[in-house]
Design a protein around this ligand. Structure first.
Ligand code: AMP
Ligand code: ZN
Ligand code: FE
Ligand code: FE
Length: 296
């Protein structure tokens, strides 16, 4: 039994709908899937249903855009409660910022006499967590660029005229938020962020795992993080980071994570939930005088 624990859909910057993604997973014989769209859980309900119909185990997740010092890193919450009020509040904030960022990018394009409308981008994105690929596709659709690549090269790439930096949550807050929602916090593709220096600090603030298996990790990078995971007693995860057809060919099927890692991740999430429940019980009994032992 194998899993892919890093997948994106059209609810962020992937091109497949949850149903399409699950159909591909089925063809690859995957037994468990996690949805890890950026800064959103909007696609989880549909993905859960599609997985249920396909007889595949579904793990709700989200990949949070975070930072520590000047290092950008992505933290994935697994087995999170997608109805958790704090999580939903933070996601709503993230999404407002993302939508304002689209307006800012469009304003910059307008200044360059490209009459793109923000509403056209939102209509095309059709999700709460829009990003640069949607602006790029809208530029192609409007006939302003011939291809998505051209849109990125001319306007959207870092330091190009329509590029606007993205909001990032503090990595410590991201871990706390994931735990509050009952999830396990895993650092995504550590090999892509040159972030080894920050890992000990993340471990101290409760990081649960490292994504050792990732499409862009070489075998030696993977070995490096497996050793690090062992050293810090961290869980090991892995996934393809498939974005559908957004970045060339679909990556689903390229990483097949042995199911035992899913089992460990689930146990960790259960421990986190138990700890939270106990802490909450303690807090209410302390604040409720009726629960105090009587002195007479
Ligand atoms: P954002 O999160 O809004 O900054 O957008 C980042 C996303 O843009 C990445 O996850 C990719 O899906 C996409 N992307 C980045 N560079 C390119 C590129 N050169 N061509 C196509 N898509 C890209
Ligand atoms: Zn992405
Ligand atoms: Fe990422
Ligand atoms: Fe990703």
């Amino acid at each position: 039994m194998f899993a892919d624990l890093h997948l994106h859909t059209s609810f962020s910057d992937g091109t497949y709908t949850p149903e399409e993604l699950v159909a591909h997973a089925q063809r690859h014989g995957l037994a468990a899937l996690a949805l890890t769209d950026h800064d959103t859980v909007e696609g989880c309900a549909r993905m859960a249903l599609a997985c249920q119909r396909a007889g595949i185990e579904f793990i709700p997740g989200s990949e949070l855009t975070a930072e520590l010092g000047n290092v950008e890193l992505h933290l994935i919450g697994y087995f999170i409660d997608t109805e958790n009020p704090r999580l939903l509040m933070e996601m709503a904030k993230f999404q407002t910022v993302r939508q304002n960022r689209i307006r800012e990018m469009v304003a910059r394009l307008n200044k360059m006499n490209i009459p793109l409308e923000a509403e056209a981008v939102f209509a095309l994105a059709n999700c709460r967590s829009p990003g640069r690929p949607h602006v790029g596709r809208a530029l192609v659709q409007g006939g302003f660029c011939a291809t998505l690549d051209e849109a990125f090269e001319r306007f959207l790439k870092k330091h190009r005229p329509a590029w606007v930096p993205k909001f990032k949550i503090s990595a410590f807050d991201a871990i706390a938020l994931i735990h509050e929602a009952g999830g396990a916090a895993v650092m995504a593709h550590p090999g892509l962020n040159r972030s080894d220096d920050v890992i000990p600090q993340l471990v101290d603030s409760g990081l649960d795992g490292l994504e050792c298996y990732h499409t862009k990790h070489t075998p030696s990078t993977c070995e490096h993080y497996l050793a690090m995971a062992e050293r810090h007693h961290l869980l090991v995860t892995g996934g393809s980071d498939c974005h559908g057809l957004n970045k060339g060919k679909p990556l689903i099927g390229t990483i097949k994570l042995p199911y035992e890692h899913v089992r460990d991740l689930k146990s960790r999430s259960n421990e986190i939930r138990q700890q939270r429940a106990q802490a909450q019980e303690l807090a209410t009994s302390v604040s409720d005088p009726d629960e105090q032992p009587s002195r007479d």
